[in-house]
Design a protein around this ligand. Structure first.
Ligand code: G3H
Ligand code: 13P
Ligand code: NA
Ligand code: ZN
Length: 328
């Protein structure tokens, strides 16, 4: 059944677990993710970016999610707008059956320019007011996602460079977070702690200098009752890098967020963990493997079945490690 983000994260907080939020763009991703959730008795957050909505179409996404809810009646799922850039994006998502939206006011509408604090408070507060009036939940974001190593934003919403960011912008200020939540009344707060979107997060296994779990600890100390969200939480597993590169890929060596750091985050109030890149790599790794090992193959299902299996395995691992398994 479809539920709201608020309902799910309140349950997660009461029971001390985290929930992965996996991005979906098509039927195969939806099937693999929800199959894994059902197999683990885990609730799950499905999220669609603006790019996903234009790729599949709002009508297709709406019916797909309805179909998944019908196929897996015992699985609690949230349908969430990832990185909404303005009010229109958030409200059209709700109209299409999303039970939750992210209003990302950390950047301006173009998703490239870091926004002022006042802009962020204002737009997030307005979205929350309306979303709550119709029974949907809201995630806000304070701080800009990006690398503490390079000051680069990574791929915020896939729409390109943000320009050099300062340490201050890249780490959410705990006192400002308190003010932001009080003024916007958002249900969940995405924070910046040194993670970034995409595969190229860290040039080495991250330590406290480049991945600031300390920031999360400080925010949680001041906001013990706020559900925290970690974006850019793909682990970029070495095994998937190797699978891709062993089959003709050319991904330069890179490092993601270690799952044990996410587990620490969950012990410090992180409730929603955003993962897209790992899912892409799981599917792409199997596409490459099939293409390499059977170059005569041309039935898409022969590529998609192992790709779904690889994604399902990844999701099951995260449900187990985050404590989501058994909580459905
Ligand atoms: O926020 C980034 C997510 O990975 C979505 O990416 O905009 O390419 O769908 P996308
Ligand atoms: P990754 O690129 O690390 O998977 O992050 C996804 C994300 O934050 C979506 O909002
Ligand atoms: Na989101
Ligand atoms: Zn994100």
């Amino acid at each position: 059944a479809l539920i709201t983000l608020r309902q799910l994260l309140d349950h997660a907080a009461e029971n001390g677990y985290g929930v992965p939020a996996f991005n979906i763009n098509n039927m195969e991703q939806g099937l693999a993710i929800v199959k894994a959730a059902a197999a683990c008795d885990a609730p799950v957050i499905l999220q669609a970016s603006r790019g996903a909505r234009s790729y599949a179409g709002d009508i297709m996404l709406r019916h797909m999610v309805q179909a998944l809810a019908e196929m897996f009646p015992d699985t609690h799922m949230v349908m969430h707008q990832d990185h909404g850039n303005n009010e229109a994006t958030c409200f059209s998502a709700i109209r299409h059956g999303f039970t939750s939206v992210m209003m990302d006011g950390s950047l301006e509408e173009d998703m490239k320019t870091p926004a002022s604090y006042d802009y962020n408070v204002d737009i997030t507060r307005r979205v929350t007011e309306t979303a709550h009036a119709v029974g949907a939940s809201v995630e806000g974001e304070l701080g800009v996602l990006g690398s503490l190593e390079t000051g680069e934003a990574g791929e915020e919403d896939g729409s390109g460079a943000v320009g050099k960011l300062s340490h201050d912008q890249l780490l959410t200020d705990p006192d400002q977070a308190v003010d932001f939540v009080a003024r916007t009344k958002c249900d969940a707060l995405a924070i910046a702690c040194g993670t970034s979107h995409g595969a190229y997060k860290f040039s080495r296994k991250p330590d406290g200098d480049i991945l600031s779990m300390e920031t999360i600890r400080q925010i949680n100390q001041k906001l013990p009752n706020t559900h925290l969200v970690m974006h850019g939480s793909s682990s970029v597993p070495q095994a998937l890098q190797d699978l891709i590169n062993a089959n003709g890929g050319q991904m330069p060596q890179t490092y993601g967020v270690p799952v044990e750091e996410i587990e620490r985050g969950i012990s410090m109030g992180v409730r929603k963990v955003n993962i897209d890149t790992d899912c892409r790599m799981a599917m792409a790794g199997q596409f490459r493997k099939i293409a390499t090992s059977n170059p005569a193959e041309f039935d898409p299902r022969k590529f998609l079945i192992p790709a779904m299996k690889e994604l399902e395995d990844l999701c099951r691992d995260r449900f187990e490690r985050f404590g989501t398994a058994g909580q459905a």
